[in-house]
Each structure stands twice: as C-alpha cells, then as structure tokens.
Write a protein that binds this ligand. Structure first.
Ligand code: PHE
Length: 340
C-alpha cells in the first residue's frame, strides 16, 4: 500500500507545483481537466484501488479523496486570483489627474438688458415692480380706457383662457392700473415682464416678448418731465451722443401720445440699412396718462397728472447688440447665448 500512497503524494505535489506556475486561466483549466477531470490522473488512481488488498482499501480511498479536495480548493483559489480586476479597483483614485471643468452659465442677454434698463430708472428714483402674466379683460383693456367695442383692441388682441374669463396680458400697461389701485401718488415705477400677442413668428415678431412699462404720477407733472426722463434714459443706455424725438401717435390710455425714436445707433442719424435710411429707430410708446385711467383707479385727474411709457426689450437688445433675428433669444442655442 505504501508505494501507492507515495505515488499519490508525488502526484499531489506535482499538481500543486503546476497550479502555482499557471499564469493564465486557460492553462489552469487544462491542468484541472488533466488532474481532476473524469478521465484525469486522480480517476486513474481510483481505478487502481482493486489492486490494493481489501483491508487497506478504505485508507487508500480516504487518501485519494483528501488529495482531490485539496487540489479542488487550490484550483478555485488560483482561479479567482487570475480573474482580471476592474480598473477602478486597481487604480481607485488618481489625485494627479486634472479636474473636470464644469461650464458656468450666466444671465440671459434679455435679463441683462432688463437689468440695465431698470438700473437707469432706479437712478431717477423709480421702483421696480412686477405684475401677473395671466390677467383679466379689465386690467388689460377696460381700465386702460379700451372699451369692449374699441378698434384698438385689435392691435393688442391676445390669447384667451377658460372661455374668455382670463387672458395672457398683451402689454405691461396692466401693471400701471394694479399699482395705482394700491398706491397713493406720488409714485414712480418700472415694470418689466412678458407679454403675449397672436403674431406669426418671423425675424422681428414673436408671440411672446418682453416689455418694460414706466409710470410716474404726481401733482404738476408735464410732458417736459417725460422728455427729460427719456432723454436721460436713452443717453445712459445708448451713449451720450444719442438724440431722441417724439412723433405724435395714438394710445387709448395716454393723451397726448407719442412714439419715441432714438438716433440710429449705427449711423448716428445719417441713414443706413438698419434704420431704413431714416436715421431714426423707434424704441417705445409714451404719453401723458389719460384722465379716464385715473378715474378707473380712483385718482382725481384735476389734482394729479403723470406720464407713462412702454418699450420692447427684445427690440432694444437687438439694436444694442446688432442682432438681426428675434428668434435667437428663444432657441437656447449656447453658441448664441455664450457671446453675452
Ligand atoms: N402699451 C403700449 C404698447 O404695448 C406702449 C405704451 C405704454 C404706450 C405706456 C404709452 C404708454 O404698445
């Protein structure tokens, strides 16, 4: 029996040696088949048990099983050690790598222009206020001296909600009424915000755009104050060489009313393609608050006078930065936005 056990031990040592030297999973698998496989070397040993005397067989069987178990364990351990580890475990954290830069955003060009415009009026003592975008007919039209059958409703017409009870405001003039209802004169406010009109979208029109409304009310306010305030504003925003002019116009909520032009920013009034050879660019509507608007909010029109104005933010931003298509503001193209 001893020679048998010696050969078994020799086989075991030989197998252990080869397993240890195996450097690749395929080599290891071949070894496993060679030693532990169904036709492997250990099975051969089991086959030879019949040549052992009956009495020694249990001891020999046990010895074969022990070798089998030992080799199985060693194979498994070697197998795990040969499986490639994921890179993250091998190099968990490399503190010498440069960081990943996060792109930093900034204010939208329209927000920047709104802030610039409000800043100028704040210098003159105006206070910035906001009003709702969903309005009633009363604030968008009736209180502003635009009765239901008035033709000028057409030019301010808008989107209606819930069967006509509410609408998206078509002008920020609504905020004039809301502020005067709650405040006694004297007052001076600017009100930036979105307005909505059912306009077909093209390079100069959008169904949504931004306006900034202005309103100043006190005793003894005249058209001269309006001119002075707007002259200060345009020079501050566009440069001290800028001139303004007032063209007579009609708005239901101001009397007299005017459209306000600035001398062309590109040609300084000489005439170019931007101003259509006129030398002037229209930037806002303005006028003296109509007595009917004062009556609607409970102000005495004999005691108080005031001026109001409303300007389109997109138009001013386009003139200031030489942008030729209003849609660029709303497309969220970073290549456009990151230039401001
Ligand atoms: N609300 C007018 C518009 O949208 C502008 C305006 C405001 C005119 C205030 C006069 C006074 O066209």
């Amino acid at each position: 029996m001893q020679p048998f056990l010696d050969r078994l031990e020799q086989l075991c040592q030989e197998a252990l040696q080869q397993i240890q030297n195996a450097a690749e999973p395929t080599v290891l698998e071949n070894l496993r088949v060679q030693y532990l496989g169904r036709k492997g070397k250990l099975t051969e040993f089991t086959g030879q048990i019949s040549q052992i005397p009956q009495a020694d067989r249990p001891a020999v069987g046990e010895a074969i099983n022990r070798v089998k178990q030992r080799l199985t364990t060693v194979f498994q351990e070697k197998q795990t050690s040969l499986i490639p580890q994921p890179a993250s475990k091998q190099f968990a954290f490399d503190r010498t790598l440069p960081g990943i830069p996060r792109p930093i955003g900034h204010l939208h060009p329209l927000t920047q222009v709104i802030e610039q415009i409000c800043e100028v009026f704040k210098e003159l003592g105006f206070v910035v206020v906001e009003g709702p975008e969903i309005e009633t007919d009363y604030y968008n039209f009736s209180a502003l001296n635009i009765p239901a059958d008035h033709p000028s409703r057409d030019s301010f017409d808008t989107f209606y909600l819930e069967g006509g009870k509410y609408l998206l405001r078509s002008q920020t003039s609504t905020v004039q009424v809301r502020v005067m209802e709650k405040t006694k004169p004297p007052l001076a406010i600017v009100a930036p915000g979105k307005v909505f009109r059912p306009d077909a979208v093209d390079a100069s029109h959008s169904f949504m755009f931004h306006q900034i409304e202005g309103l100043l009310v006190d005793e003894g306010i005249s058209f001269a104050h309006l001119k002075g305030a707007l002259d200060f504003f345009t020079k501050r925003l566009f440069g001290s060489q800028t001139k303004i002019r007032f063209r007579p116009h009609y708005f239901p909520f101001t009397e007299p009313s005017a459209e306000v032009d600035v001398s062309c920013l590109l040609c300084q009034g000489k005439g170019c393609s931007v101003c259509g050879r006129k030398g002037w660019l229209e930037i806002m509507g303005a006028g003296m608050v109509h007595p009917n608007v004062f009556r609607a909010v409970g102000y005495n029109p004999k005691k108080y006078t005031g001026f109001a104005f409303g300007m389109g933010v997109e138009r001013i931003a386009m003139l200031k930065y030489g942008i030729d298509d209003i849609r660029l503001f709303f497309e969220n193209d970073v290549r456009f936005l990151e230039q401001f």
